[in-house]
Unconditional design. Structure first.
Length: 202
């Protein structure tokens, strides 16, 4: 059963979105806390705690044309139960503008980052490994979704067909740091590609 959204104002704002730029602006507003809910996520919940230090930079990235789907900082430390979590700094999302896509690809290649660019209808791809727990592979970013899976993430009760079509036509971009550890290499490359000021805390 679909989860009902409690916030009618948010629902109206998302339903009013028509263009790819509308979606990037609304996602930026959600990252900044001005909107309480985002399609495909738990209603009335903002970004996860680990995403908070990167939220300002990711909001700026959205406004620059990179519709982020998920992101995480690099990490290499045990949790409270003693399990070793290793994470690559990583971001995944959608890019509709070919010039922005070219800049992202060039910046990632120059920084020796791991890069995956896919389009709707491409053969299935597992994605890039972005986290391990106790040495075992755990999380991947960039798995190629089917069209129904993509629609489930951007449901018709919240997103117009026109806005959804813009997402479906966009390139699905995943970029990760090569090492499972904290570091700024990915975020610096992203700043340069999107021509953002390097001000986000990380």
């Amino acid at each position: 059963m679909p989860i009902r959204w409690a916030n009618r104002a948010d629902r109206r704002r998302w339903r009013a979105a028509v263009t790819f730029a509308d979606l990037t602006e609304l996602t930026a507003s959600w990252l900044e806390g001005d909107i309480r809910s985002h399609p495909g996520r738990m209603p009335n919940h903002g970004p996860d705690d680990e995403m908070q230090p990167l939220s300002a930079q990711m909001a700026a990235a959205n406004r620059a044309g990179f519709l982020t789907d998920s992101f995480q900082p690099g990490h290499d430390a045990p949790d409270y139960d003693g399990n070793l979590w290793e994470q690559r700094a990583a971001v995944t999302g959608f890019v509709a503008d070919t010039e922005i896509l070219t800049r992202l690809v060039d910046s990632a290649e120059q920084a020796d980052l791991l890069l995956l660019v896919r389009f709707q209808g491409d053969d299935h791809h597992l994605g890039l490994l972005v986290s391990r727990v106790n040495g075992l592979d755990y999380t991947w970013y960039g798995r190629t979704p089917t069209l129904p899976e993509l629609r489930n993430a951007w449901p018709s009760r919240l997103i117009s067909d026109t806005a959804f079509d813009a997402v479906a036509r966009a390139a699905q971009v995943t970029i990760t740091a090569p090492a499972f550890e904290p570091g700024d290499i990915l975020w610096t490359a992203l700043d340069e590609a999107l021509r953002l000021p390097s001000t986000a805390g990380r």
